[in-house]
Design a protein around this ligand. Structure first.
Ligand code: SF4
Length: 391
């Protein structure tokens, strides 16, 4: 009782100048409490300066207050993420022809205001199409849907000769976004036709580029060859022959078809190799390099994009499991299936934002080690049509 009353009535430890004054009553109180195992009333422990003298006791750290607890929890190191190696194919994504086609629509909108009509998807990518639609482009499949006198852009895939004629007849102001490398094939076809050669067009039925190229010559002057099997059986009319190809084919597939045609028709005229463009060739070489190291290759782009689908095929033939993704949101964690090395590429009509978006998604659960596999550097650019570049 004496000890308890002393504890309540007097200060037990107080600063006395530079030293400490310890009340003898308090010392006795502590001794008595320990001797009889009596708990002290709950109080905050006294903070004692750390002492490095031998025999000094370790001070008790302050009990964290609720705010301190939260801070301590936040400052705790996050659990380490598993590592994922990512190999980025280079070149990938936009080519010069796609870049030019997008600029044609943008410039037409800037010069003439919305709406500007675009016949067919300007390039086969819904992100690109959506972004241009948001700026005032209106996408239609046929010219009938374009009001008389309006402005219209022809897509990067090119159009048959009949299309600009129909546009003029309707009083439309037309801008041609056909890729210059597709236009080059159109001119080849015209030359062969003018020379009296029947043309074998190597490409895929229904693709707008094939329809546009076949539409450069009179009906019946060109025959479509889609496969090696077609090349073995095609029966062109007697007389001189030539071949042209779609620009976005698999280099390997096209070479196989051309080899059969040259064997069957040794005098056939054609380009030194084929008409496959630099962008298609380079992206296929890059994805092949990536697929040689990665178990899984994710190809960004649209399913109706010929060169994107070819990238999947090339990666698959090189030994990787290849998946086509329209965008990062289409990625599913189950696709990884335990792979530790993943390749990423994008078709010639897919913007780089899709690649960056996919990397961001992968980074949510993995510590990414990103490496680029570059097979070549591209510096190709194409000018805008004169009617827009002069504006
Ligand atoms: S893929 Fe080739 S042909 Fe097609 S737009 Fe691009 S550069 Fe032109």
């Amino acid at each position: 009782m004496i000890a308890v009353s002393c504890y309540v009535s007097m200060p037990c430890i107080a600063g006395q100048g530079k030293g400490l004054y310890v009340c003898p009553v308090f010392v006795r109180h502590v001794f008595v409490r320990h001797a009889f195992m009596m708990p002290l009333p709950s109080r905050r422990p006294v903070r004692v300066q750390a002492c490095d003298q031998p025999g000094a006791t370790t001070p008790e750290p302050p009990r964290p207050m609720p705010a301190d607890s939260a801070r301590a929890r936040n400052s705790r190191p996050a659990p380490a993420l598993p590592r994922l190696r990512v190999l980025l194919a280079a070149p990938r994504g936009f080519c010069a022809g796609v870049d030019r086609a997008v600029r044609v629509v943008e410039e037409a909108l800037k010069c003439h205001g919305a709406p500007v009509y675009v016949r067919h998807e300007i390039v086969h990518n819904r992100v690109v199409v959506g972004a241009l639609a948001a700026q005032g482009a209106v996408f239609v499949e046929e010219l009938d849907a374009v009001p008389v006198g309006a402005r219209v852009v022809f897509s990067a895939h090119g159009v048959a000769k009949s299309v600009p004629l129909a546009a003029a007849a309707r009083g439309l102001v037309a801008f041609d976004a056909t890729c210059p490398l597709v236009s080059k094939v159109h001119r080849e076809a015209e030359r062969h036709a003018a020379a009296g050669r029947h043309i074998l067009m190597i490409g895929h039925a229904g693709h707008p580029e094939v329809e546009g190229t076949m539409g450069q010559v009179q009906p019946g002057a060109m025959t479509l060859v889609q496969s090696v099997a077609d090349a073995r059986t095609v029966a062109p009319p007697p007389g001189p022959l030539a071949f042209v190809t779609q620009t976005t084919l698999s280099v390997e597939d096209a070479a196989g078809i051309v080899a059969v045609l040259r064997r069957r028709f040794p005098a056939i005229a054609g380009p030194a190799k084929e008409d496959i463009c630099y962008a298609t060739t380079n992206r296929q070489a890059a994805v092949r390099a990536v697929a040689a190291e990665a178990g899984l290759v994710l190809v960004l782009g649209s399913a109706n994009s010929s060169n994107t689908v070819r990238l999947c095929e090339v990666a698959g033939r090189a030994g990787a499991h290849a998946l086509l993704l329209e965008g990062p949101e289409a990625f599913d964690w189950s696709m990884l299936q335990g792979e530790t090395v993943v390749g990423i590429t994008a078709g010639a009509s897919a913007p780089e934002s899709l690649v960056q978006g996919l990397l961001a998604r992968l980074g949510e659960r993995y510590a990414l080690a990103v490496e680029e596999r570059r097979v070549t550097t591209e510096d190709v650019t194409f000018k805008l049509p004169a009617a827009l570049s002069a504006a």
